[in-house]
Every structure is written in structure tokens, then in C-alpha cells.
Design a binder for this molecule. Structure first.
Ligand code: GLY
Length: 350
């Protein structure tokens, strides 16, 4: 088993092991004296792993209830979270009880947010089953929902008590979802680790050989979150490609394009802009483009750059007078570049 400890507020562990879902109850028992556990999952994941998780929890003496929501980003709303919270209340969960988020990023974000606000905060564990959630969203305590005005505009920082990563779940992941997660892996290499980027550039990463990659990403994220839990500085680097990416997702009404695909196009756009502005080392964008293509991610969007820039304006990372873009000086090295509103089009060459 690979293990990492995150020191932020309450210290918690991240355990990475093939098949760990089968013994999740044992590890959860070590961090909780809950009587009841509410497993929150979606309609895609429930048929695959809910019984395994329930069985392990029941074996350890937990009373288990489950809440299943319709899979997909369009479910990531305040209404869904309020229904979850009401479900917890109907089942009389106390402050000692716990929520387990079994699924991808949407599930973890919503179950985490429900745990953050129910009784002003109860514990939750992350059981991420997609690559995106294993390498990024399950670690660091960002929870929340989308609003009609933009993605993730409503939420709370609420750290999990434990993260259990079972990479065998990636075997059941449709290719599209695997690529989606590779978008975040590529991002992590771009901003913090040339070594990680070179590994995914030179090797063929599949669900079978991804454990070291998951560990490397989580290790990098853990460090960033420990140094800057509430995104006052360094943590914003994790948003590389996300400003344009969120704009693209918004233009697609959050359907028909995955988060990883949108972020991939965003990373490319900002790196091309960086090279033109002399801020980013030459051939960085070309390397990113090749690696996006290698992992079946898109490199362009049908919307124009002008429309994407317009859609970016509602991004929450925006300051009053401009946007803080995350840029690369080279692969593995990133920095925040504030750009005034009137200079944004110029940065993107329009
Ligand atoms: N996914 C970016 C962050 O957790 O800060």
C-alpha cells in the first residue's frame, strides 16, 4: 500500500491500494466512531461498487444507508445537495456519524459539501472511483456545486477524514473518463513536475500501470494544499488551464465536453499565448498538444477565442480589474500572471 499524510487542520491519510474498497470499513473504523454511515453515490457507480462498500462497512458494525443521485455534471446543483442534506436529517445522522462519497468528482464535491453544511459540519471520507477524482478532486477539501452563473461558484473548504484510492476501479472506466482524468494528470506535470510530464510523454499510461502516476499527483497536490489550504496563493496554480476551460464548459452548458477536455484546450491556449508574449519557453505548447493528443484529449474548441474569453469573465478567480492567469515559464514551472481586463484579448492575440 502507498500512503500519504496530509497535514492541514485535522491530519488525514490518503491510502492507495488495488482492491482497497473491499476493506474500506476497516480503515474507516480507525478514523471514526460513527454509528451510521451515509454512502452517497450516483447511478453509474452504484451498480458497480455500492454493494462492496456496504458489505465492508456492515462487517465493521456500521449501520449503512445510501443516497443515489443521477450521474452527471448537470446534477451538481444546490437542489441535489439540499436533497442529500434532508436525507441525512430524515435518517437522523448525528455529528458523530459520517458520509462516504463513492464516485467521481461530482459525487465527492457534493457529498463533501452536504457534510460541510449538515449540522454545520460532519465528517466524510472520499472513496474516489474516477481518475480525475483520484488524482485531484478527492484531496484538498474543495467541496461545492455549480450555479447557473458558473462552475463551482458555491461551496466550502471541508477536508475529508480519509481518502481511499482503489485504482482497480479505473479498469471499469469508459475511455472517455480515463482521458478526462489524464487532463488533470497532464496539468499536474505542467505546473509542478517536468519529471511527471516526461513520464506521461514517454510511457503509455493505462489503468493497469497508473498507480505511480496517481501517487505522484496526490503527493504534489498534498504539498500544495498543506502550504495553501484556502487558495490564497500557490494553490491557484492548480487552476492551470481552468480559466479558459471553465469558459469552454460554460459555452457547452456543461454537457458534451468533459472537464479534462476543456482544461486541456485551456492549457494549450494559455501556453500558446505565453509563448507569444515571451513568458513561456518555446515548444511548451507543442509538447502539451502532443500529450493531449496521445491521451485522446481535444486540442481545440468550435467556439472562437473571443467567445471563450467572454465566457471566462464570470470565472471566480477573476479579480475586480482583471484575471489571474496561471502560466508556465516551462514545463514543470508555473506562476500567476495578473492581466487587466483590457489587456486580456491582446494576450490571446485578438
Ligand atoms: N482542483 C483544484 C484544487 O483543488 O485546488
Amino acid at each position: 500500500m502507498k500512503k500519504l499524510t496530509v497535514h492541514v487542520g485535522n491530519t488525514y491519510e490518503i491510502m492507495i491500494e488495488k482492491g482497497i474498497l473491499k476493506s474500506c470499513g476497516r480503515y474507516i473504523k480507525n478514523v471514526s466512531n460513527a454509528k451510521k454511515i451515509a454512502v452517497v453515490t450516483d447511478t453509474n457507480v452504484a451498480p458497480l461498487y455500492l454493494e462492496t462498500v456496504k458489505e465492508s462497512l456492515v462487517k465493521e458494525g456500521f449501520e449503512v444507508i445510501n443516497y443515489i443521485f443521477e450521474a452527471g455534471e448537470s446534477s451538481k446543483t444546490a437542489e441535489t445537495v439540499m436533497r442529500m442534506v434532508e436525507f441525512l436529517a430524515e435518517n437522523r445522522l448525528t455529528r458523530n456519524d459520517m458520509v462516504a462519497a463513492l464516485g467521481g468528482g461530482v459525487c465527492g464535491d457534493m457529498a463533501g459539501f452536504a457534510s460541510a453544511i449538515y449540522l454545520r459540519g460532519i465528517d466524510f471520507v472520499q472513496l474516489p472511483t474516477t481518475l480525475l477524482s483520484q488524482v485531484d478532486s478527492s484531496v484538498g477539501g474543495k467541496t461545492g456545486v455549480d450555479l447557473p452563473q458558473g462552475k463551482n461558484l458555491c461551496g466550502a473548504f471541508h477536508q475529508p477524514s480519509l481518502v481511499l484510492i482503489d485504482t482497480t476501479t479505473l479498469r471499469s472506466l469508459p475511455v472517455h473518463f480515463f482521458s478526462d482524468g489524464m487532463g488533470e494528470v497532464i496539468k499536474t506535470g505542467c505546473i509542478k513536475s517536468a519529471q511527471l510530464f516526461e513520464k506521461i510523454e514517454n510511457e503509455d499510461i493505462t489503468a493497469e500501470n497508473i498507480e505511480d502516476i496517481v501517487y505522484a499527483c496526490v503527493d504534489i497536490k498534498k504539498g500544495v494544499v498543506e502550504r495553501d489550504e484556502k487558495e490564497q496563493g500557490e494553490r491557484a496554480l492548480l487552476n492551470f488551464g481552468h480559466t479558459a476551460g471553465h469558459g469552454i464548459e460554460k459555452l457547452h452548458n456543461f454537457t458534451g465536453i468533459s472537464h479534462g477536455e476543456a482544461v486541456g484546450i485551456g492549457m494549450l491556449m494559455i501556453s500558446e499565448a505565453g509563448e507569444k508574449a515571451g513568458l513561456t519557453e518555446g515548444s511548451t505548447a507543442e509538447r502539451i498538444k502532443k500529450v493531449l493528443e496521445k491521451y485522446n484529449l481535444k486540442t481545440e474548441d468550435e467556439n472562437s477565442a473571443a467567445d471563450i474569453i467572454e465566457a471566462m469573465q464570470s470565472d471566480k478567480k477573476r479579480t475586480g480589474s482583471g484575471i489571474n492567469f496561471v502560466m508556465l515559464s516551462s514545463i514543470g514551472n508555473s506562476f500567476i500572471h495578473p492581466v487587466e481586463n483590457e489587456k486580456i484579448k491582446e494576450l490571446f492575440g485578438i
